[in-house]
Design a protein around this ligand. Structure first.
Ligand code: DHB
Ligand code: MG
Length: 229
């Protein structure tokens, strides 16, 4: 018997059903996406189900300090901030000052701006400045894919044993499985996954996703006792 093949229409129907059933609608989140689009920013925020996954992982981890690499319009930032206690903090990094401005408005509207610090700058420059702070309990990597190994290296340094690492966009419409790829983004994703699989500081898995954003995937890892801290 052959496997059923999902069509775009069929997986979008499932995505809509799961979103309606498990996530529902939230005016502040939906307005954050609308403002992001109006500002001309890329429509590449996580899907609602993915946003709620981040939120639940932060709650399951009992996270108080979250690091996000790639703010965009603040959609995932709102999901993460809402998972934190009132004295918790999301530090979110984006190189695009216009994105940060849009995100700040959306975070204020959502009532979580007291729990979020936006760092405007290139993540490779900002990350070393965070080394003196308390470690992060959850780190979400969702920026330029070419830098995934660098971001994971910083995640290992800025976390503690038990820190949850989430990496977005690990399937890329199937391109990740092409061992002959020369595409810099795909090479970055593959290098990141190979690091998660072989570096003893990480224990990881990944799931493919078919959602509003197409065919992609998310990796979830935990930092092991091999990290200092
Ligand atoms: C791209 C980046 C993302 O983080 C994403 O979720 C989807 C697409 C991109 O750069 O194309
Ligand atoms: Mg992404």
């Amino acid at each position: 018997m052959s496997e059923p093949t999902p069509t775009r229409a069929s997986w979008l129907a499932v995505d809509a059903y799961l979103t309606d059933t498990l996530v529902g609608h939230d005016p502040d989140l939906e307005q954050a996406v609308a403002d992001q689009d109006a500002a001309g920013l890329a429509s590449i925020e996580v899907a609602p189900l993915g946003g709620k996954l981040l939120h639940l992982l932060a709650r399951i981890a009992g996270a108080r300090r979250v690091l996000e690499i790639g703010t965009l319009g603040g959609y995932s930032t709102i999901w993460l901030a809402r998972a934190l206690p009132s004295d918790g903090l999301v530090v979110t990094i984006d190189a695009d000052a216009a994105a940060a401005r849009t995100a700040r408005h959306s975070l204020e509207r959502a009532g979580v701006s007291d729990r979020v610090r936006i760092e405007i700058g290139v993540a490779a420059d900002v990350l070393p400045t965070l080394a003196g702070e308390a470690p992060f309990d959850l780190i979400f990597i969702d920026a330029d894919k070419e830098s995934n190994t660098l971001y994971q290296e910083w995640a290992a340094r800025l976390g503690h044993p038990g820190t949850v690492i989430v990496v977005d966009n690990v399937a890329r419409s199937g391109a990740v499985a092409d061992a002959a790829t020369t595409h810099p983004q795909i090479l970055g994703v593959r290098a990141g996954l190979e690091m998660l699989g072989s570096d003893p500081r990480f224990d990881a898995t990944a799931l493919q996703t078919l959602d509003l954003k197409g065919w992609d995937g998310v990796a979830v890892a935990v930092l092991t006792d091999a990290v200092a801290g």
